[in-house]
Design a binder for this molecule. Structure first.
Ligand code: SF4
Ligand code: SF4
Length: 473
């Protein structure tokens, strides 16, 4: 006899209606009364279709129940008991990386001494003294060649510059950009460039270059003077706010070709997310603002502890409510954390890996070593090859196999795994000494934040579906 069983989903309310987020397919469904009744009936026991129809006969005619069962099975919200649970297939051997983004660490040197910087913390991936601190033009050229070779047939590649402080090596950055454009033109491809900077070295000539080459810019900044100067200081301890702010304003005034964002590092003493957002978005004028908790060992005095995570979540949720209200009015809101997550939800992304590191994204160290991402650049133990000799595909295959979500036991039964997939490898390395470990220290936070984003998404889908069209491309 065929029995029906509930599938794996997260149930939630949005816009006054019940919804489910279906874990294997990463799809969101608004439920009607019959769907709720079917899922409730299957909540405690497996039932045959006939028994289910009998149980619900006083509320729904049998054809309605059958039709509902059919729809819910199609969405994998219910399944037959015999059917195996659909899991994303673990990757087989790969011959080439479908590279879409290459991050060049053009220097490991910085002119700030931010107190929480992973370059200096105990989590620093030890960089041998023999490695150059600045990338040379020759290595930049080899990196660009490597990027196009690894990108295969992709018509567009993303070249991202990172540091240290990226602009300390502007000469090589400018060279790499020109060479990449020249090579892209010869190959009939497009290259999209972006960089992250602390903004202390921005000058007119650099801003003009950014405008000319349509370079996307993210400024690392922690808020108003009080917040910025608490951690983002020069080597002599002087805060950087007064140095940064006129340069940022000039950048925002002149570089109108692309939206410019701020990226904020949150620490135990800097968790006023809404206040920071208000300053950076409305007083400084950034298009969007993204927040990330500091990556560090829990013993550090700036590490966010449990009560801090709770406070941060409340701040995020309040700002997400603002985002929703503003978006429903058809106006732009710049809280990029919620925007990025609802984009993933809309695209139905069921992640097998938390990010593109080692997959479509690779990082290049100053000496040309290729690693998982920019944060691992310079780490011999996370090296996948060099820009000269290419990637060691056997090593990459092994990395992908061991980091697949199916191999993270704790994540297998988590409803948020299609959105989280275990979290950042660098954070896992810092906390647990292994990139393969899921970041279990913030699971509860991730699940509650994912639930908030689902509510925002489903409310927008119901009341302003045109908002979501921007993610269709
Ligand atoms: S790390 Fe935690 S929240 Fe993320 S998928 Fe794994 S169990 Fe879920
Ligand atoms: S491993 Fe972490 S730092 Fe690196 S790309 Fe992924 S999320 Fe970003």
């Amino acid at each position: 006899m065929m029995l029906l069983r509930r599938g794996e989903f997260h149930a939630f309310e949005a816009d006054g209606s019940p919804h489910v987020y279906l874990v294997p397919s990463a799809a969101v469904f608004r439920l009607d009364g019959a769907s709720v009744a079917v899922l409730d009936a299957l909540g405690t026991e497996d039932l045959s279709p006939e028994t289910l129809s009998e149980r619900l006969a006083d509320r729904f005619p049998a054809p309605v129940v059958q039709e509902t069962v059919h729809e819910l099975m199609g969405a994998q919200a219910i399944r037959t008991v015999q059917a195996p649970v659909a899991r994303p297939a673990a990757p087989g051997p790969r011959r080439r990386i479908p590279l879409t983004t290459l991050v060049l660490n053009v220097t490991s040197k910085c002119n700030l001494s931010c107190k929480y910087c992973y370059e200096y913390g105990e989590d620093r991936l030890v960089e041998p003294a023999t490695k150059p601190r600045f990338m040379s033009e020759e290595t930049a050229r080899e990196s660009v060649d490597f990027m196009f070779a690894e990108a295969g047939d992709a018509p567009k590649v993303h070249l991202t510059f990172f540091g240290g402080e990226t602009l300390l090596n502007f000469k090589v950055l400018r060279f790499a950009m020109s060479y990449a454009k020249e090579k892209a033109a010869a190959l009939g491809k497009e290259v999209d460039a972006s960089l992250t900077t602390n903004a202390t070295l921005l000058r007119d000539e650099i801003i003009d270059w950014m405008v000319e080459h349509n370079v996307g810019v993210t400024v690392s900044m922690d808020g108003a003077r009080e917040q910025q100067d608490a951690n983002r200081v020069f080597a002599n301890g002087m805060g950087s706010y007064d140095s940064v702010i006129p340069r940022v304003k000039e950048l925002l005034r002149r570089h109108r070709r692309r939206p410019i964002g701020a990226r904020v590092t949150l620490t135990k003493g800097n968790l006023k997310v809404r206040e920071i957002y208000q300053h950076l978005k409305h007083e400084v004028g950034f298009y969007e603002v993204g927040f990330a908790p500091v990556t560090t060992s829990w013993q550090r005095d700036y590490a966010i502890q449990d009560d801090g995570f709770e406070h941060m979540l409340q701040e995020f949720q309040a700002l997400a409510r603002d985002f929703l209200a503003t978006s429903l009015e058809g106006r732009h809101h710049g809280f990029s954390n919620v925007r990025d997550t609802i984009e993933e939800i809309h695209k139905g992304v069921a992640k097998a890996y938390p990010c593109g590191a080692g997959l479509g994204l690779l990082g290049v160290a100053t000496d040309g070593d290729v690693s998982l991402c920019h944060r691992f650049a310079g780490s011999d133990s996370h090296k996948l090859g060099t820009v000269r000799d290419g990637v060691d595909h056997a090593r990459q295959d092994e990395y992908l196999r061991s980091h697949h979500i199916d191999n993270k036991t704790d994540c297998r039964t988590c409803w948020a795994r299609s959105l989280c997939a275990g979290g950042c490898y660098h954070e896992a390395h810092t906390r647990y000494g292994s990139t393969a470990q899921p970041n279990l220290h913030y699971c509860e936070w991730i699940r509650r934040w994912s639930a908030t984003c689902l509510e925002v998404y489903a409310t927008l889908a119901a009341r302003r579906p045109e908002f979501l069209r921007q993610f269709d491309a």
